[in-house]
Design a protein around this ligand. Structure first.
Ligand code: SF4
Length: 505
């Protein structure tokens, strides 16, 4: 079991830090399709640079190392209880070593267990088979994309597409709608797994099961093969693009599975996974790793790729404290390079600040929606191991009020915010800056020092980290003049979605 635990540790570290070959090829293809100098090209250049840095540093590709799910096939007679314990120990060790962010939170008290263990976590699913070896597969799926999963109960009415009936064409409409509703919030371009049939829980299980298929495989069911191909082509005409900035690639992969259902129910379940599609697997007989899975085909050497991160907008350097005048001069599309201090803040802090004072003067300052991976050295000094943006829309109920209350001028996050925040930006003089979701190594590299921390009692991801940054790059996607790139892309993609209303299958 000791050897098996070591192998599981290697699997966890490799999954968190290195994307599989099939995923790399899909990203490289997307990068080639985008025109140089566009926002999409800039985002993909950042993503590629980030993948490279994660490889080199053996550090998490994205700071949200997600919910670990293991799928294990075992021969008859294998002790599953001992395997579970070995996996739990490996998870705790990987967390201690900064390869996983402490992500396991008590759902009632909000307390972070600190080691990624908890009731039901990690998820470990066993299946017996006739073969004489053990097949372990792991997926680390982050919250940003998990929150964009969606389930349809047919028949239903869909925005832009009309009636979706209980047939292949209705299924087609649901899948297209699933891609549309995710916009850039799940860190597009993404991969989707679709489950047709089952009940609400087995349908989602089937959808997630599809994410374990190789990006390049061919569906043996002819109808589903055609549907997968169709979805890839149609979804990439929606113009949502990387990070929802617009562009040629919205979807990197689509895998569809089917199971029986009861006559009364007809579910289509869609599991959305971001570009940071971290899933790997190993084969073992004696506990040692005998084979790594998902290794077939050519690898992409991103070192060889030209990864200059340049955008299409005007470039502006910002350093806090920022004046209202400076903010009002910014327009959607401007590329901002930030120097100086920024403060992290996500769900717990936003809720707290509604009714309490801030521990630091936030007047003219920048808030970063980020839950980093941090490690403390033996001298008590904190180091940033991964620090990309988290999904901002969760702070929509609080953001505008907090900006006005404390005089905050800029918020960095990903995926954009809603009408309430947009109105507050206009009234108060603020901007929303979209950083590249998942680019946790790229942004960690921009952080020169950790100058302090507050609210550590909320857990590492939820604490307020005081970070000094240099050349931290983001795009203005919501400005103080009432403009929102997110609103524009959503509107134009809905118009494009409507062209797929007619029956195809
Ligand atoms: S890339 Fe985006 S959606 Fe994926 S885990 Fe990271 S922050 Fe979440």
């Amino acid at each position: 079991m000791e050897k098996f635990q070591e192998s599981m540790y290697k699997l966890i570290v490799e999954t968190s830090t290195k994307l599989p070959k099939d995923v790399r090829r899909a990203i490289a293809k997307a990068k080639m399709r985008e025109n140089a100098g566009t926002r999409a090209a800039m985002s993909l250049a950042t993503i590629v640079q980030n993948i490279q840095m994660a490889d080199e540093n053996v550090s998490p590709i994205c700071q949200d190392t997600g919910l670990p799910t293991f799928k294990i096939k075992v021969p008859v007679g294998v002790n599953q209880m001992e395997m579970k314990e070995a996996i739990r120990r490996a998870i705790a060790q990987a967390t201690k070593d900064g390869k996983l962010r402490p992500n396991s939170v008590d759902s009632l008290t909000g307390e972070n267990s600190g080691d990624n263990l908890g009731i039901g976590l990690p998820v470990i699913k066993f299946e017996q088979w006739e073969k004489d070896y053990i097949d372990v597969r792991l997926i680390l799926k982050g919250g940003g994309c998990e929150n964009k999963n969606i389930q349809y109960s047919l028949p239903c009415e869909l925005e832009g597409l009309g009636r979706a009936g209980r047939d292949l064409d209705g299924i087609r409409k649901c899948i297209l709608h699933a891609v549309y509703q995710a916009q850039g919030q799940g860190c597009s371009a993404g991969f989707i797994g679709v489950g047709i049939g089952g009940d609400r829980s087995s349908g989602y299980d089937l959808a997630k099961e599809q994410l374990f298929r190789s990006v390049d495989d061919v569906n043996p069911n002819e109808d589903l093969r055609k549907l997968e191909e169709y979805i890839m082509e149609a979804a990439n005409k929606l113009g949502i693009g990387t990070m929802g900035f617009g562009g040629e690639t919205t979807l990197l992969g689509c895998k569809i599975g089917v199971m029986h259902r009861i006559p009364a129910s007809f579910f289509v379940s869609v599991a959305y996974n971001c570009w940071a599609f971290r899933r790997l697997g190993v084969i073992t007989r004696t506990g040692d790793i005998q084979e790594w899975l998902y290794q077939e085909g050519d690898d992409v050497d991103f070192q060889q790729e030209k990864t200059e991160v340049v955008g299409e907008g005007r470039e502006v350097v910002l350093e806090a404290p920022i004046t209202e005048e400076q903010i009002r001069s910014l327009k959607v599309g401007d590329v901002v390079r930030i120097n100086g201090m920024i403060y992290t803040g996500r769900d717990a802090i936003h809720k707290y600040l509604m009714d309490h004072d801030a521990p630091v003067d936030l007047n003219g300052q920048i808030i970063y929606h980020c839950g980093p991976v941090m490690l403390k050295d033996e001298n008590g000094k904190w180091h940033v191991k991964a620090a990309g943006p988290t999904t901002s829309i969760r702070e929509e109920p609080y953001q505008g009020e907090i900006m006005k209350k404390f005089g905050i001028r800029a918020v960095i996050g990903k995926g954009g915010m809603g009408a309430k925040t947009l109105a507050a930006l206009k009234e108060h003089g603020g901007v929303y800056l979209n950083a590249i979701g998942g680019a946790a190594q790229y942004y960690a590299d921009c952080i020169q020092s950790v100058e302090g921390v507050d609210f550590l009692e909320f857990g590492i991801p939820e604490a307020m980290w005081h970070l000094r940054v240099k050349d931290f790059t983001a795009v203005v996607t919501m400005d103080s003049h009432g403009n929102s790139l997110h609103e524009d892309v959503e509107k134009s993609s809905l118009e494009k979605l409507a062209q797929f209303k007619e029956r195809v299958f």
